[in-house]
Design a protein around this ligand. Structure first.
Ligand code: NAD
Length: 442
């Protein structure tokens, strides 16, 4: 049975959610800190404020988004009025990751509720403090039949995936994305899969080196590199490689000081398992800067490494941590050789003052989304669809598209009865010639 809710009811619940979220903002920020020392600034900018802004935007626009959309009718159906109705899918499952554990659970939840669905959210078990505050917030606002948070790890997730859903929205790794897709196939459930990838960052010889370095360092080391759209590795023109490295070192020091372990602005790796995975990447690599580690705190310094081989450990999969390989190229053909070795990435960055060249590069390669002369910031424009392609994901969301993601679009032709052209009805004898002429004319 569907849990249908009027637009005014949905809006009312979203307003209540906004109040409760604002009331608990400090608690959310401290949960994120307790989970992996997410700096307060990053917690506010990338999690709490982001969610509040998304929620306000949804409340403001829900009436407009939910309205039937009038479509130009086809002359073949003359006279008719045509429109698209958006209906809730029904029961929606949202599975969230740990790296932006609050935002990536709440934003899909907001859109699914706005679109009129019943929702179950499964936050990540790796960030238990944030998972608990999400549970608390949702329980304060919604009754369980409408929106429920089910906490737990892989077993809980597997159990949820074995049930039938009308839509599944998953954010996480490619490997688990495949598990979700298989489970969804059992019931032909539509999915959004927001996954990851190995995101290249190309730096042309003709660029503003200082600004390039500043923007790469920010995008790479925010959240200690545990960002799905962080630049994964740099491909730099060999002519400016050493200048870029100097500039990158300078920007690390400007951002986090000589000892980033003491900086309040640098997060930790989420758990020892991921810390060990990242530490293993440093073995047999030439460290240009950083490299300091501390297991007791899951700390890895912002680290630059030199000319990693494509078959090295660090260049196999998405790094997802504060380790940045810098690889130089002499010819453009080398860029292609490296990028085409990997699946289509979630994001892609190119730094160049030659706009024509940069535009040709972003046109040439297939990827989810990206920037020319910046990193990560394409995420922040709600009017840009956010999602991957190929192995980096299926579907996209943000802004109005989030509402549409959780809505089935019903196409309706409302045909008038005052005129009924006889052309389409049998017997067809003598009609084909006229029909062909008509179709040609249309
Ligand atoms: P993950 O795939 O390990 O876990 C995501 C969720 O799936 C968690 O809630 C977890 O409990 C659940 N899960 C884990 N293993 C499962 C299994 N075998 N069966 C069923 N459910 C399972 O991902 P993660 O480590 O939490 O997050 C990191 C990954 O997420 C990275 O690859 C990153 O690129 C990606 N990511 C993508 C986006 C995006 O918007 N595209 C955003 C953030 C993170």
């Amino acid at each position: 049975m569907k849990y249908k809710t009027s637009i005014s009811y949905r809006k009312e619940k979203l307003k209540q959610l906004l109040n409760v979220i604002i009331k608990h903002e400090n608690e959310i920020v401290s949960s994120l800190y307790n989970d992996f020392k997410k700096p307060e600034f990053e917690a506010v900018v990338t999690e709490t404020s982001y969610v509040i802004s998304d929620l306000k935007d949804t409340i403001k626009n829900i009436d407009k988004w939910a309205k039937p959309k009038w479509i130009l009718p086809s002359l073949l159906n003359f006279p008719s009025s045509d429109y698209i109705l958006q209906e809730p899918y029904g029961k929606v499952l949202i599975i969230a990751p740990w790296n932006y554990p609050y935002q990536l659970a709440l934003c899909p939840l907001i859109a699914a509720v706005a679109a009129g669905n019943q929702v179950v959210v499964k936050p990540s078990e790796l960030t238990p403090n944030t998972s608990a505050i999400i549970y608390k917030i949702v329980s304060e606002v919604f009754d369980k039949e409408h929106v429920e948070v089910i906490e737990g790890g892989i077993e809980v997730s597997e159990k949820l995936l074995s049930q039938r859903w009308d839509y599944i929205f998953f954010t996480g790794s490619v490997a688990v994305g495949k598990i979700v897709a298989k489970a969804a196939a059992e019931f032909l459930t539509p999915v959004t899969l927001e996954l990851g990838g190995k995101n290249p960052c190309i730096v042309d010889e003709n660029c503003n080196i200082k600004l390039t370095a500043k923007r790469i360092i920010w995008g790479k080391f925010i959240n200690a590199g545990q960002t799905c759209i962080a630049p994964d590795y740099i491909l730099v023109n060999s002519k400016i490689k050493s200048k870029l490295i100097d500039a990158l070192k300078t920007e690390i020091i400007l951002a986090y000081g000589e000892n980033p372990e003491e900086s309040k602005d640098f997060a930790r790796i989420v758990n020892t398992k991921n810390w060990k995975r990242l530490v293993s990447f440093l073995e047999n690599e030439t460290i240009l800067y950083g490299g300091k580690i501390n297991e007791s705190d899951n700390y890895i310094a912002p680290t630059l490494i030199d000319e990693s081989k494509l078959d090295s450990l660090v260049m196999q999969d998405e790094i997802f941590g504060p380790v940045l390989p810098i690889i130089s190229y002499k010819e453009e053909s080398e860029i292609e050789k490296i990028i085409s070795k990997y699946e289509k990435p979630l994001s892609f960055y190119v730094f160049s003052n030659n706009t024509k060249w940069a535009k040709s590069i972003v046109k040439k390669y297939s990827f989810g989304g990206g920037c020319i002369n910046d990193t990560v910031v394409h995420f922040s424009n709600k009017r840009l669809p956010f999602g991957g392609v190929g192995y980096s994901g299926i579907g996209a969301y943000h802004g109005r598209l989030s509402f549409e993601t959780f809505s089935h679009k019903k196409s309706i032709v409302n045909k008038s009865t005052w005129l009924d052209l006889p052309m389409r009805y049998a017997p067809y004898k003598g009609k084909l010639k006229t029909l062909k002429k008509l179709l040609n004319w249309l």
